[in-house]
Structure formats: structure tokens, C-alpha cells
Design a protein around this ligand. Structure first.
Ligand code: ATP
Ligand code: LTN
Length: 333
């Protein structure tokens, strides 16, 4: 069975629709056919200064939400990144392989550091993609299901893996990004040319999975739309309507063509109501299941402990091979 690995940061109180359609939905599908490892990347979340109690809560909410969205701890290995110290250990090795210029070219780093300014940008944000490469290669993953914005980080991972293998001998599987065209990028409802993002300046255009139905209905009804009246998919001239069509289609399973036909002659108002209904029907049970899981924290932690142990077994093996290939002297047992 081919191996899959992916991770998601606990940087918000809830995942949003983009996280689900761009990433988590593929995770759920892939656990059926692959040996899948999924982690809540709490170490990556340290690049954003957060109250300790808030980070703790968000990490547990993230894990509960992943299960509520369909990850089955019996079918995949679900764990918390900081439970597996090998991530940091391989991270250092890869930092010694990555070029400064190469890391400087990462667009996510450039965007995020530009927003906060050089003095307030932490070094961890710069090395973030290298820790991500370690997450992936520790598990010898073949596939990495992510949204379009992560393509460059997967390319970097491949480059680092190939460099290591050619210098020190075959050690790492070279992974491939798994990015579905149809939902690779869900945009902000208030700014349909920007991606829906947990760290957006305003939350008004972000559909949070755990929000109450009435909040999301309101957000969808006030989504920015375009000039004209037709409900047609045209990303260039009608980014707002195209985004809503993508969302409806991804959740309802109706093709964009069918939706265009179904809403021909109808107004934006009717269409938005239909989108709101599809979204709220889809997420109501997820919200409830998440709350149930969080109500029994001990049981949730127990599930995660099982995942961490399985992850560590694989990670320790890869790290030992890596250290040995590098010529690091192993301790006498
Ligand atoms: P931030 O904006 O704080 O970086 P984020 O909202 O992009 O956060 P991440 O934790 O970075 O969320 O991403 C988790 C997964 O969701 C990644 O695989 C990412 O590609 C995917 N993803 C995030 N936003 C979108 C989006 N708008 N459309 C499609 N996929 C997305
Ligand atoms: N950088 C990713 C989160 C992430 C990840 C990973 C994704 C950390 N480690 C390993 C896939 C594989 C993000 O911001 N979405």
C-alpha cells in the first residue's frame, strides 16, 4: 500500500471550508486506499505567537474535528506532531541541506514575513517549510494531499530528498503533491480573488466549519457578487459567483454545468440561499460530533496516544537510517 502523509496547523478555533475542500476531504478518501498518516502540526503553529491555553484547546479541537470530518483512527494514523520528537531531529538535518536562497524563495514565507515586518518575523517562519519536509520524509510518504498553496513546499521537499539521496545514498522516498483541481482553492467570500484563510484580516468571508448555522447563512448571503445577473462560472469576470458555484458543486456533488442550468433565469438571492443550505446541512453533524468528542478529553487523548506510538515506530526507523547515512556515530547500546 502506498503511503500518504499530511498535516494541518491548529491556528484557529475551527477549520474553514477551504481547509476541508482543499485538503481534509482528500485525506478522508485516501485513508480507504492508502497507509495514511495525518498530523496536527502544533510545532508549526508556534510560528504564530499564541496563548498556551489557546494553543492547547485549538490542538484538541483540530484533532476532534478531523475525526468528525471522517478520519477514522482505525483506518489511519492520526497524531500530534510534537508527540514525535523525530520531526525536529530530521528537521535539523534538512536545515543543513537546504540553501538560504532556496528557503528565501518560498512565497508563503515572503507573504507572511512581509505582513509582519522583518523585526517581528521569527526564524521559525523561515525554516517552516523545512520542518514540513521532515514531516513528510520521516514517513517515506508517496503522496501529500494539500491545497494549491502548498505546491511549492512539496517541491522543496522533493529537492531536499533528491539532494540527500544523491549525496548520501538512497534513503528517502521522493513524495508527490496530490492536489485536486476542482477544490484546490476556495476563495474568501468578501474578497473572492484571495484564498479563504484562517489568518485573514477579517473573518467575514471565511466559513468556519464549527460556527452555528445562522452565522454561516448570514456570511453566504452577504458574499460579494459580481456585476450582471447570470449564474455562470467565469473566474475572471465573475470571481464571486464562480467561487460560490465551486462550493455548491463540491459539497452537493452536482456539476457546475448542472448548477448553471438549474439556476438559469434565477437571481443571486435564490442561488445564495441554495448554497447556504448545502453548507449548513453538510456541517451540522460535524459540529455535533466534534462537541461530543471534546466532551471526553481523556478518550480523545487516548486515541491520539495510539496514533503517536504508531507514528514513532516509523519515524524512529527513518531517523536511524538517516543518521547512519550521514556518518553520525550511534551510541553504544
Ligand atoms: P493560514 O492562512 O493561517 O496559513 P490556512 O487557512 O491556509 O492557514 P493551513 O493550516 O495552512 O490553513 O492549511 C491546511 C490545509 O488546507 C492545506 O493543505 C492548505 O493547502 C489547505 N487550504 C487552506 N486554505 C485553502 C483554501 N482557501 N482553498 C483550498 N485549500 C486550502
Ligand atoms: N504547511 C502546511 C501544513 C503542514 C503540512 C505538513 C502539510 C505542515 N506539515 C506536511 C502537508 C504535509 C500548511 O500550511 N497547510
Amino acid at each position: 500500500m502506498k503511503r500518504v502523509l499530511s498535516g494541518i496547523q491548529p491556528t484557529a478555533e475551527s477549520f474553514h471550508l477551504g481547509n476541508y475542500l482543499g485538503a481534509v476531504r482528500q485525506w478522508v478518501e485516501l485513508q480507504k486506499t492508502h497507509d495514511a498518516f495525518y498530523c496536527v502540526v502544533d510545532l508549526h503553529a508556534l510560528t504564530v505567537e499564541t496563548e498556551p491555553a489557546v494553543l492547547r484547546r485549538r490542538t484538541l479541537v483540530a484533532a476532534a474535528q478531523l475525526i468528525a470530518l471522517g478520519l477514522d483512527p482505525d483506518k489511519c494514523t492520526l497524531f500530534i506532531q510534537s508527540h514525535v520528537p523525530e520531526h525536529n531531529q530530521l528537521g535539523w538535518v534538512l536545515e543543513c541541506l537546504a540553501g538560504f536562497g532556496e528557503a528565501s524563495r518560498m512565497t508563503q514565507f515572503k507573504d507572511k514575513s512581509q505582513k509582519s515586518g522583518a523585526d517581528r518575523t521569527v526564524v521559525g517562519l523561515f525554516t517552516y517549510p523545512i520542518l514540513q519536509a521532515a514531516d513528510i520524509m520521516l514517513y517515506q510518504a508517496n503522496l501529500v494531499p494539500v491545497g494549491e498553496d502548498q505546491r511549492q513546499h512539496i517541491e522543496l521537499t522533493r529537492d531536499l530528498g533528491q539532494r540527500f539521496n544523491s549525496r548520501y545514498g538512497q534513503t528517502f522516498v521522493i513524495p508527490e503533491a496530490y492536489i485536486l483541481k476542482s477544490a484546490a482553492k476556495i476563495n474568501d467570500l468578501q474578497d473572492p480573488t484571495a484564498k479563504m484563510s484562517k489568518s485573514a484580516a477579517s473573518n467575514a468571508g471565511v466559513i468556519d466549519i464549527l460556527d452555528a448555522a445562522d452565522i454561516n447563512v448570514k456570511k453566504i448571503k452577504s458574499a460579494v457578487t459580481d456585476t450582471g445577473k447570470e449564474i455562470v462560472f467565469d473566474e475572471k469576470n465573475k470571481p464571486g459567483i464562480s467561487n460560490l458555484l465551486s462550493i455548491h458543486s463540491a459539497l452537493s456533488g452536482n456539476s457546475i454545468k448542472d448548477l448553471e442550468n438549474q439556476f438559469a433565469g434565477k437571481g443571486y438571492g435564490d442561488f445564495k440561499s441554495a448554497v447556504a443550505e448545502v453548507v449548513t446541512d453538510f456541517f451540522a453533524p460535524v459540529r455535533q460530533k466534534t462537541q461530543e468528542l471534546l466532551a471526553d478529553e481523556a478518550a480523545l487523548l487516548q486515541l491520539l496516544a495510539v496514533g503517536s506510538q504508531k507514528a514513532r515506530d516509523v519515524a524512529a526507523k527513518t531517523l536511524a537510517q538517516t543518521y547512519s547515512a550521514l556518518g553520525l556515530v550511534p551510541p553504544k547500546l
